[in-house]
Design a protein around this ligand. Structure first.
Ligand code: LMR
Length: 332
């Protein structure tokens, strides 16, 4: 090679911008990839990597692979993981008991009311509370309304008596199960299938997507479409770490998350509908539609939980949610 060519190659190499190693964002969660949360995490990965032109790489760890739900919030606080979407029921044990608002049975009649509360001043106030724990809440993601399941038919209130029911770690959910005469058993999501299989618990509550994707229809003979409560998520990051990101990266990631959130809210309902169709098609679990009169009996039995938790959650948050529901009720 001539000296000129050598010099040219050296000079052109120097002119190339140094390729910085991509910033890694580990996004850990506890559900299957083919659920609303699992799919939205992958959507975020796709958008974030494209929109930052490879400056960020998002590694998604589903199904409690990296951390189970008891550990993942601690991991976020020490920056061992950078993004999570825990269910709203997982913030109570951090001391943020106001989040148990979303666990109250029969508080939200439908998604419209729920979104009005989440996206309005109540939801914003709750997100601000996360900052006291070093967390930043970036978005609310949906799953959907929960249904009871067990290894015996749940056709009426009396059928719940004495059942050991797995719950998420929420005092409201514990009170809800006690109101039905059942025994609440708090347990991490990763343990639920095994506990049902071994008969450590008799039943549980889930939206259809979690029920089907964890194959609970193999270990629960009956599912009752009770739609008695809601399960949703907050996408959280470590406040200090997030604010320390270069502005352009941070703003691009926030835009990617905004788009992933629009996607998530669009697919959640349909994912649950399809999961229920698959449970029915698989034929291992009998699906029971709760008649209106029985649903009303369950509701009446559980409603006193609202009053019990007013001092803990805050009267204004509960009454604000009632107002949101009343505003969307059809005129008499
Ligand atoms: C549960 O523990 O049942 C849920 O929080 C799991 C999830 O993240 O949807």
């Amino acid at each position: 090679m001539s000296r000129h060519l050598c010099l040219l190659l050296v000079l052109s190499a120097l002119a190339l911008p140094a390729q910085a190693a991509p910033l890694i964002i580990k996004f850990s969660h506890v559900v299957a990839p083919d659920t609303p949360k699992g799919r939205a995490a992958l959507k975020f990965k796709d958008l974030a990597e494209k929109m930052t032109r490879g400056k960020v790489r998002v590694q998604v760890y589903p199904n409690s692979q990296l951390y189970k739900d008891r550990e993942e919030l601690e991991a976020l606080q020490i920056n061992a993981v950078q993004m999570l979407a825990p269910s709203l029921s997982k913030f109570g044990p951090l001391g943020l008991r106001e989040f148990e608002l979303f666990d109250l049975p029969y508080l939200f009649p439908d998604e419209q009311v729920l979104h009005r509360v989440m996206d309005g001043p109540i939801g914003q106030r709750l997100l601000q509370r996360l900052e006291s724990k070093g967390l930043l809440g970036l978005a609310y993601w949906d799953n959907g309304f929960k249904h009871f399941s067990a290894n015996r038919p749940l056709h009426k209130l009396e059928d719940f008596k004495g059942l050991r029911m797995r719950i998420q770690p929420s005092q409201v959910l514990a009170a809800q199960m006690r109101a039905l005469g059942a025994q609440p058993q708090p347990m991490g999501f990763a343990e639920v299938y095994g506990a049902l299989e071994r008969g450590v618990v008799d039943g549980t509550e889930n939206p259809e997507s979690n029920f089907f994707s964890q194959q609970m229809d193999r270990v629960q003979s009956h599912l009752t479409l009770s739609q008695h409560g809601y399960l949703g998520y907050v996408v959280v990051v470590n406040l200090r770490v997030w604010r320390g990101l270069p502005d352009d990266i941070r703003l691009t990631l926030e835009e990617a998350l905004r788009l992933a959130t629009v996607f998530e809210r669009q697919i959640a309902r349909e994912d649950n509908r399809q999961a229920l169709a698959r449970v029915r098609a698989a034929g291992r679990t009998q699906v029971h539609v709760l008649p209106q009169a029985e649903r009303e009996r369950l509701r009446q039995q559980m409603l006193p939980v609202h009053r019990t938790f007013m001092p803990v959650i805050g009267r204004d948050l509960i009454e604000g949610s009632y107002r949101a529901a009343a505003e969307s009720a059809p005129p008499p």
